[in-house]
Unconditional design. Sequence first.
Length: 227
Amino acid sequence: MSKRLFSQVTGEENDSKAAIPLSKQQPDLVNGIPLSGEDYLLVVRQQAKKCAKTMVAPQPKVIKKVQLPAHFQFFNDDKEDEKNRPIENWRKGYIDTFKSYQKHKQKVKSLKQHKDITSIEEAYKALYSSTENKLSIIPTLSQHTILRFLKYHVEWLHKQENTEDQFARIFELLVYLDPVLISKNISILRDLSRECIKLRKSTPLSIAPLNVIITIIADAFGQSDLI
């Protein structure tokens, strides 16, 4: 008795490359309906042999132009912004220096943590109030608070108010942010980078600090598609 479930039938009609060998060449049908799974496979293979192996779709007569939603606008190829992007050699040199600086600052930071700040109003006061030492508070923030502050900056940058001070605070927050992040937290950095890219197009005087932030997110936090 053969050990094979199906005997492989050879012949011109048989597809030698078929993954499942079949025991017959013609399907058994009742009112055009295959009687078994094997009959169904035979019907499918017979229909497939009647089709051309390569199909070329005709060119569309009308190409519809669709305006992408606002949150997908960064996919558009903007040649005007290309000249403002940081060159690759500069990025490589800068990011090595930044990573070294980041590693040192995280190593020597104080173990004492500031209380969690959970409101956008309190966060703005903590970073931009004249009564606070703006930089001394950042090394004492928890990772959750740093991420929350970066998320708030997406909204603040969108308003384009006090941006020069915000660039310095964002840089310092990124210095003390742990590079190992989950996807939910990475999305905050990506939103921040996209907002910086938008600003780079409209505020040419701020290209340098914006490119610093964009480069850090791209190369220190692995989001190199956003440049």
